[in-house]
Design a protein around this ligand. Structure first.
Ligand code: MN
Length: 287
């Protein structure tokens, strides 16, 4: 990466039984575009009942974006969706005013688990709207001189994802061949490059490994990615999100009171969050 890059270290966090690298939110930077939560998990070896194993829990005001490099996860939600996701596919669940979901082992997949789960804050215009779920089995893939690009959300290198977007943003998985690649960027977007596998080398020789990411401010129209031995990265971008976001537990809103009310409703079994047909126990509100 050339030009000014702000290196950000992820923090380790435990989700269910897995330790993840959380690239967002960080103290200095809460959002990149409307991306407000970036968890990178694996690679780790899992058995048929291992890996992501999270019982029914609620969300409000955000979309979850799930993308796998390896493995399988079974998604179930209160809309009645039941969907296995595999590498290269996309699950995009939009909470709006509220829903609940579970993420479970498939019961048969054994092997490597490696992927990301991301949240996108919804804008005021849609955050009180209906919940929804999308699964995209095929995503646009573009082969460049030094990389294969899979567009998850929004647009990159002339390819546009069919996935829903409520704000101006993009997300892409980039597999760099040894050497690297150059990409054109939308200069109205800020960007975050999250290293998922291998080593990315900055202009001054600084290596970025999984657990590190590079933030790029608005005003750039190109990105040069250098990876002498190849690497896999996630590129996220968007127009800086100006609405004041408050995040607590699995809720995104605009005030503490609003989120506390959502928490009380989850505990009370309020119909706002529906019901998930899952064998796993419901996740209680944290103390
Ligand atoms: Mn969730």
């Amino acid at each position: 990466m050339s030009g000014p890059v702000e290196v950000m270290e992820s923090r380790e966090s435990v989700v269910g039984t897995m330790t993840v690298r959380r690239a967002l939110p960080r103290a200095r930077r809460r959002t990149v575009g409307a991306w407000c939560f970036v968890d990178h998990f694996g690679p780790l070896a899992v058995g048929p009942d291992g890996g992501i194993d999270i019982g029914p829990h609620p969300h409000t005001g955000l979309s979850t974006v799930t993308y796998l490099l390896d493995g399988q996860v079974l998604h179930r939600d209160s809309l009645g969706s039941e969907q296995v996701i595999r590498p290269g596919q996309l699950n995009l669940m939009t909470a709006g005013r509220g829903l609940s979901h579970a993420e479970e082992p498939t019961g048969h997949y054994a092997g490597t688990m490696h992927g990301v789960q991301l949240w996108v804050a919804q804008p005021e215009a849609t955050r009180h709207g209906d919940p929804a779920f999308e699964h995209h089995e095929e995503l646009p893939r573009v082969e460049l001189a030094g990389a294969d690009v899979t567009v998850l959300v929004g647009e990159l290198v002339g390819a546009r994802s069919p996935a829903r977007q409520d704000t101006s943003l993009m997300g892409a998985g980039i597999d760099l061949r040894p050497g690297g690649a150059e990409l054109a960027l939308d200069p109205s977007y800020e960007h975050l490059v999250v290293v998922l596998d291998g080593i990315l080398v900055l202009d001054d020789g600084t290596p970025l490994r999984p657990g590190s990411s590079g933030y790029l401010g608005v005003g750039r129209d190109e990105l040069s990615l250098t990876a002498p031995d190849g690497a896999r990265v996630l590129l996220l971008g968007g127009v800086p999100f100006e609405e004041q976001v408050v995040m607590w537990w699995n809720f995104v809103g605009r005030s503490r009171d609003e989120l506390a009310e959502a928490g009380r409703q989850w505990t009370a079994g309020d119909e706002r969050f529906g019901r998930v047909d899952s064998p796993l126990p419901r996740v209680p509100l944290p103390a």
